[in-house]
Design a protein around this ligand. Structure first.
Ligand code: FAD
Length: 416
């Protein structure tokens, strides 16, 4: 295959990861086509909590987490839900998830998470510069608040992991938290604040603005469903779609939670679960917020967006295709009102999205073993908005054969 042919790239998936991959590949001189059946940032990347968290290094699976699981599962308003019929299907993933939470595995996982998350607030600012939409990502703090001192304990293992990595955080009192966010309830007794954070005021629009930027640079975004990826003789790939086959020397699979299905026919098995989450928008909130707020007791995030106050969270395991259970979203009305007592909860909009979650919270980024120039960037779980720009940069560097000063081993697709 000539060098020119390998510079033709198809990106499968126009979520925030695919969009950022397209931007980074275009910057390296690739001719890029992004295929998506619903269009830019219409799936999971549409409805997240908007936290751009460059300091994120704490995985979902932590030592001792299992002790909280029964309590959460028995509480219909709790942060975790498993549809019982689905449990047998997810047992293999669950086993890997629990063993990823072993104490001795945490430092390597935390380092790998930080390496992919750390540059991204700066990268978003760079990508948005000159678009006229610079305010779509703003600098802020990230407040983790609790009704008990224990709920925001800066000496817990999670905060120790952050401290060891120089994350700029400090423990503050409930009153100090209310000085930063006056709408917080007097019930909030303690908080830990992470500085130098960012948030987007509209994740979906952020994706669309960056897609428009890519389009202006020559990237195309045809609407189509990808059915299969097949290696071509002599190199490169045929990508079968609803509208017939397309060909390219380089393919990037960034189809979020749907990525594993497209790899299966190639004999590549990936451990990936749909960790379904919900949001509830309070359209006429009557309160203003400046920062991202994590309710550490009820495990959800709330912040002010262009469309109102959005509360988002929940981990529901029911597979990719099960119908949403919007009761999971409606729970946020009660919880958010307890956090922000002046909130008007009269008019709401609910949404469900599917986090593409690997067992260890480290995204799959690299080249598919045995399939030269088939790159993968998916599995960002709770942190895909945050991790997307650096993921795109990593893929573009690999595709261009440029050196990367990041060890890519922890992101391998065949690590489980
Ligand atoms: C409730 C909730 C809150 C969250 N909060 C945050 C947060 O605050 N900060 C953060 O960093 N992350 C957050 N996340 C996680 C983040 O939203 C995801 O990790 C991220 O959106 C994943 O992006 P993606 O591009 O990989 O996938 P997606 O956005 O799902 O995009 C995948 C795309 O691939 C397309 N596709 C799939 N299969 C095919 C096919 N066969 N043919 C054509 N197109 C296809 C889909 O249509 C879709 O557009 C949250 C997630 C949820 C659910």
């Amino acid at each position: 295959m000539s060098e020119d042919q390998s510079k033709d790239a198809i990106v499968i998936g126009a979520g925030i990861v695919g969009i950022c991959a397209a931007l980074a590949l275009r910057e390296k001189g690739f001719d890029v086509t992004v295929l998506d059946r619903v269009g830019p940032a219409e799936a999971t990347s549409h409805g997240n909590a908007g936290v751009v968290s460059p300091w994120s290094c704490v995985p979902q699976s932590m030592p001792g987490l299992w002790k909280s699981v029964p309590k959460w599962l028995l509480d219909p308003e709790g942060p975790l839900n498993v549809r019982w019929g689905y449990l047998p299907t997810m047992v293999p993933w669950l086993g890997k998830f629990l063993s990823a939470g072993a104490l001795e595995r945490l430092p390597a996982i935390a380092d790998a998470m930080l390496a992919v998350n750390r540059p991204n607030l700066d990268l978003y600012h760079q990508y948005l510069a000159g678009t006229g939409e610079e305010n779509l990502v703003t600098d802020c703090n990230y407040l983790h608040v609790s009704r008990t001192a224990q709920g925001a304990d800066p000496n817990s293992l999670a905060w120790r992991l952050r401290r060891e990595r120089d994350v700029p955080f400090e423990a503050i009192s409930g009153d100090e938290a209310r000085e930063m966010e006056p709408e917080l309830s007097p019930d909030i007794k303690a908080a830990v604040v992470i500085r130098q954070q960012g948030r987007t005021v509209n994740p979906g629009r952020l994706g669309k603005v960056l897609a428009a930027k890519a389009e202006a640079m020559g990237v195309t975004f045809p609407l189509t469903e990808v059915k299969a990826i097949a290696p071509r003789e002599g190199g490169g790939y045929r990508v079968d779609t609803n509208d017939g086959p397309r060909e390219a020397g380089t393919v990037v699979l960034a189809a979020g939670v749907w990525s594993a299905r497209l790899l299966e026919p190639l004999g590549v098995k990936v451990s990936l679960e749909a960790e379904r989450g919900y949001h509830l928008i309070f359209k006429d909130p009557g309160v203003s917020l400046t920062h991202s707020i994590m309710d550490a007791d009820n495990k959800f995030v709330t912040s002010l967006m262009e469309m109102g106050v959005r509360s988002a969270g929940t981990a529901e395991f029911a597979g990719i295709d099960a119908a949403p259970n919007y009761k999971r979203a409606k729970v946020f009305a009660k919880h958010t009102k307890s956090l922000l007592p002046n909130l008007n909860i009269d008019e709401t909009v609910e949404w469900m999205g599917r986090r593409p979650s690997p067992p260890d919270s480290v995204p799959y980024i690299g080249e598919v073993p045995g399939y030269p120039r088939l790159f993968h960037g998916f599995g960002h779980g709770h942190l895909g908005l945050t991790g997307a720009p650096m993921t795109g940069r990593m893929i573009a560097a690999l595709a261009s054969g440029e050196p990367l000063n990041v060890d890519m081993t922890p992101y391998r697709i065949d690590r489980f």
